[in-house]
Design a protein around this ligand. Structure first.
Ligand code: SF4
Ligand code: SF4
Length: 115
């Protein structure tokens, strides 16, 4: 199992989840964060601090949108993102790579959230 970051994170991206994650397994795209499903230990600490309640366990992805973002989370690490030459895979900590600077097509094509 793993935790998933859903649509409410898009264009919020305050990163408070990253500050609390014991595995440093939350990675920053351009408009959204993504949890590495291999590195996550399912502690749920990130879900408790998210100000927009964007984080949920993959086992509770029941709506079509939640399932889409669960699949999308895998794609972020398994596919070749814009501007990169190979998939990210399992990096072993977001501090090693910093902001990735790219999103999946689902997130990149999401309408801008205007606050
Ligand atoms: S705490 Fe929530 S809104 Fe903030 S970056 Fe993490 S998932 Fe996104
Ligand atoms: S559930 Fe725990 S290990 Fe997984 S991303 Fe959240 S804080 Fe990190």
């Amino acid at each position: 199992m793993t935790f998933i970051i859903g649509e409410p994170c898009i264009d919020v991206l305050d990163k408070s989840c990253m500050d609390i994650c014991p595995m440093d397994c939350i990675y920053t795209g351009l408009r959204k964060n993504y949890i590495n499903p291999v590195e996550c230990i399912d502690c749920s600490a990130c879900a408790d601090v998210c100000p927009v309640d964007a984080i949920f366990p993959a086992s509770r992805a029941v709506t079509e949108e939640q399932r889409a973002f669960a699949d999308d989370s895998d794609l972020f690490f398994d596919s070749i993102l814009s501007g990169r030459e190979e998939p990210l895979g399992s990096i072993g900590g977001s501090a090693k790579v910093g902001d990735i600077g790219a999103d999946t097509p689902l997130v990149a094509g999401h309408p801008k959230v205007v606050s």
